[in-house]
Design a protein around this ligand. Structure first.
Ligand SMILES: [Zn+2]
Length: 311
């Protein structure tokens, strides 16, 4: 992970912290999670924040997806879990991807929490997680405080492509690794019988897709979305945008295809990546005036360097 790759990410958060309009505006930039929940479907609740947290409640066990930034936020999530499901004796914890605000709350969860994630994501976390967490520490005094002394433990369970958790009362959570997208280790959680997908960054709502450096490619993201489409979900809970219905999956695919098609056409014409990014971002702004941000610069760059599209 080079400084060059980190720069767009760093500038995004530096601007957010300064309170100016950042180039990418997440659904919420509030890193201190509240104890307020929103019900998404029969067995799934959301804490809206940076990032959104999913809590899946069965009759015997509870699953949390993503931790929030640092142990204080993890402890907040654990308190919400205890209120939502006071009689459940077992708590599972998984994470959508290895980025700091999704994983570093883990030490705030109670002893006995079963930490589970896919092997590709764990590999990315071991390789790049510390560098990214140090970067987050440098962004604000608040982050530095939240992330003080964080030491991450190894997962209790690692899986390759799928792990199914029986939470009791007919509630199951299928943890799925279907391929790369926002990162290589993006994990999806399908909750049945709700038909609810906890989608991480893979499917978002009114949000420009973003690949951090070379952690994934647009063609991999599209291949992953083809598999997600086959799940026929009814509800989608993304990590950095508002929840929605199953149509978000097709909308994500259409958005990526639209940006990729335009970018490849401009690339073939010999247009520079910066000029292409300006033109495509302007088009998206006209098409989606209600979106918080339509800056597609990093994704256009990802299309330009995608080894699957050499020409
Ligand atoms: Zn991320």
């Amino acid at each position: 992970m080079t400084k060059k790759l980190l720069f767009p990410f760093l500038s995004l958060f530096a601007l957010s912290v300064a309170g100016q309009a950042p180039p990418h505006v997440p659904y919420s930039t509030q890193p201190i999670l509240s104890e307020t929940t929103t019900k998404i479907s029969d067995h799934v609740w959301e804490i809206t924040g940076f990032p959104n947290i999913a809590i899946v409640v069965g009759s015997r066990a509870t699953l949390v997806v993503d931790t929030g930034m640092g142990p204080k936020n993890g402890a907040t999530v654990a308190r919400v879990v205890a209120k939502l499901a006071p009689n459940n004796s077992k708590l599972f914890l998984t994470t959508t991807h290895y980025h700091t605000e999704h994983v570093t709350g883990e030490p705030g969860f109670p002893p006995g929490t079963v930490l589970i994630r896919n092997a590709v994501q764990q590999g990315e976390l071991q390789k790049d997680g510390q560098v990214l967490t140090d970067l987050f520490r440098g962004m604000s005094a608040q982050n530095k405080d939240l992330l003080a002394g964080v030491v991450l433990r190894s997962p209790d369970v690692l899986f390759d492509s799928e792990a199914s958790l029986d939470l009791g009362g007919g509630v199951t959570a299928r943890l799925l690794w279907l391929g790369g997208a926002h990162t290589r280790g993006d994990e999806l959680t399908l909750v049945e019988p709700d038909h609810t997908l906890v989608s991480g960054d893979v499917v978002q709502n009114k949000t420009i897709p973003n690949i951090f450096g070379e952690d994934g490619t647009p063609t991999e993201w599209l291949a992953t979305l083809d598999k997600v489409a086959m799940l026929n979900v009814a509800h989608v809970l993304p990590d950095h945008s508002a929840p929605g219905d199953g149509s978000l999956v097709a909308a994500e695919r259409a958005l990526i295809i639209a940006i990729r098609t335009q970018a490849l056409a401009l690339k073939r014409q010999g247009i520079s990546v910066d000029a292409a990014a300006r033109e495509i971002s302007a088009t998206l702004r006209k098409q989606h005036p209600d979106w918080p941000d339509t800056n597609a610069a990093t994704f256009v760059k990802s299309v330009y360097i995608d080894p699957a599209d050499p020409h």
